[in-house]
Ligand binder design. Sequence first.
Ligand code: NAD
Length: 732
Amino acid sequence: MTDFTMTTDADGVAIISWDVQGKSMNVLTLDGLAELDALIDQALADEAIKGIVITSGKDTFAGGMDLNVIAKMKEMAGDDPARGLFEGTMKMHGILRKIERAGMDAKTNKGGKPIAAALPGTALGIGLEIPLATHRIFAADNAKAKIGLPEIMVGIFPGAGGTTRLTRKLGAMAASPFLLEGKLSEPKKAKAAGIIDEVVDDPLAAAKAWVLNAKDADILKPWDAKGYKMPGGAPYNPAGFMTFVGASAMVNGKTKGVYPAAKAMLSAVYEGALVPFDTALKIEARWFTNVLMNPSSGNMIRSLFINKEALEKGAVRPEGVPDQRVKKVGVLGAGMMGAGIALVSAQAGMEVVLIDQKQEAADKGKAYTADYMDKGIARKKATPEKKDEVLGRITATTDYAALADADLIIEAVFEDPKVKAEVTKAVDAVTNTDCIFATNTSTLPISELAKASKNPEQFIGIHFFSPVEKMMLVEIIKGKKTGDRAVAKALDFTRQIRKTPIVVNDARFFYANRCIIPYINEGIRMVKEGVAPALIENAAKMVGMPLGPLQLVDETSVDLGAKIARATKAAMGDAYPDGEVDEVIFWMEEQGRLGRKTKAGFYDYDEKGKRQGLSSVVKAQYPQAEAQPDLIDVQHRLLFSQSLEAVRALEEGVLEDIREGDVGAILGWGFAPWSGGPLSWLDMIGAPYAAERCDQLSDAYGERFACPDLLRDMAAKGQSFYGRFDPQADAA
Ligand code: NAD
């Protein structure tokens, strides 16, 4: 396979074109890197070649490193993985540094060949790190292109010189949003930020012309010239000092110290700023190795990139079912969820019929899309034409006849089995026989609701999270009789709206809510025990949960919790385990402390509804115990309560695929993303230790922490989840 090819034009400019066959976007593999290296050697050695342009044969430049390779690099590194990783990274630095120095004399900095990058479109990750090593970057004026270094989003950092070069090019402060937040920009903004050098109509022609005219001084990087000073100042300089102290505080504030990549990158930047460029690259490589050696990075890449993408591409789609893409969707109930579902469907190009009981309610649901598009226009993310186009696809009505030719129905009416049965029947009376019916219920068993349908094999759960337009996960639930075509339809629809699906079997609370409820309950239980609420909330955040359990209750509302508790108790009878939790929840409900919406909950709120501090009213009702538990105990209670539920879901066959368990947890309820998900977290701490902790926690706090048989068996056999269930995906 040839990823890079080289041609030389009549003027003596070598064009190295990157075009990975069979892929819509270039990604760099180790073989590809070796090819690029060989071509650079060849071009530098050939006297007839005056300069080089690196470009792409596609309409984009590159999407980055093949993350499958990064995930496997540790394995490939053999018995001494840290050394192998470090040496591999240094080799990459060597190749990019060769491009940067371009054959120049080490002492005089003269005699090198100009090398430019011509980017027709998107250039991400190593797809920007290679251009950053060239002498000038030309990008096409393409507002859809994205330029940036998004590595931090999957738990690593730019390790092919991008961290060191961008810091030296822009200064630490200006580089920080691009490095620490993975900010992506369109070419004009990337030029304004100083990341790329020129935005032109024809980058290849402009790059060639530049190469032919470039002088020695044009190709010498500032950091290789005498007297280079870092923009904004290095650490031991008044301005630089402020930057680095602030950055360190900001990173720790945001990551709570649980994301190893952000801290390691900051160390690479800080330490690198104190030494010459080549030493800085070595430091960058050491920290990059450190991050790759941390199980967090492998787990994050596995869940947030490899497995997420596999699920989006249909890894669990039933085989042999023809394309089920949706043309016309009927959305029943134009409330909070229905309005959001109509919006994302219309945005994806589907025709939408949005139905409610009254025309005003249906219109209000449609107005949600109008508001959303208006906000997009104000932020220059949408145009008035686009708004008209999207709104034009939505028909708001009360008339079920409008559903006649819909091929998918999603109901989001009240959470009441009777109401749901009524609308199911009303829909069956008007739709054609192959229409699929989906319910967005959050708590009602799908198999029960399917009983109201004429075609239970065409009945399925499509469970969205709120707010629909923001939350990336869609939980698809198979009832007992749900057929393959309904599953394929739900998956094809999810793909159309560009969200990530997981497919689970029907059981109380499905998967996501089943795991998040024990987390919330554990937090409330601790309040009842007299654990300081601040300790509970901070312990959660310090272990990477986006919201503490008490804040989560306030956001989702105490009355919803009370309603779910009553319904669960009614369904479970004597087996109901959460009486202690209910005592607190029902007291809060009585007090009218329903959370943010009543401006009073576990927290106090100001007039405008802004969260203030943890409430003294709650503290007075549940006084703090004199002895407070260790932080790690609180953290383990919060993480085990979720993770053990995920294990039970797997044991019971609610989850059929561990990848879905991890990806669904991070995207659905924000389970500590640094860990790669609850099953990845258990793998990280190891089954034997996890089982031992279960025994200790269940002795101290109750049966809910009893070690599931599956985990006990894995502990005895020394297995991991990814070793036992998905050896292919094992990145650890
Ligand atoms: P909502 O009260 O905001 O909206 C329900 C809408 O359904 C109302 O506009 C109501 O007028 C309409 N409706 C009721 N009966 C109807 C009928 N017979 N025909 C047509 N329309 C009818 O509720 P919501 O929060 O949007 O929730 C809707 C569903 O989605 C529920 O099943 C809920 O459990 C589920 N859900 C909610 C969330 C959430 O966070 N709110 C998340 C996931 C799933």
